[in-house]
Design a protein around this ligand. Sequence first.
Ligand code: HEC
Length: 96
Amino acid sequence: MKRWAAVIMLLYITGSTAVSAGDVPECAELLRNRCQSCHYLSRVCEHAGERSKRKWTATLERMVERRGAELNKEEQVFLVDCLQVPASDIIKECKK
Ligand code: HEC
């Protein structure tokens, strides 16, 4: 049992880091897992890289407090940086 778990973990890790070296794969993953249940990512993508940190913070706070998105504080802070830059994996995700 334990060995299988390790193999699956390894597949998972190598699979996600294969995206591109030195990248932060968790950004796009958060978008896919936490934002798509209510709207298309295009809603997010059209503003990626075009909002200030403060504005993204306010947007995410609204999604969590008013709309019911599931992101804890750390994830919010993390995602604000992803969206403001925007991170390369977000650019990639948004091109899909
Ligand atoms: C529980 C449902 C729900 C989830 C989950 C959710 N949203 Fe939204 N989102 C909405 C609704 C409803 C609107 C339209 C009303 C509004 O703008 O508040 C919206 C609109 C938006 C907009 C366009 C409005 C604006 O401020 O430009 C952005 C950007 C956005 N969401 C980002 C996100 C991000 C990023 C996530 C993931 C962290 C997310 N949303 C997750 C419900 C949700």
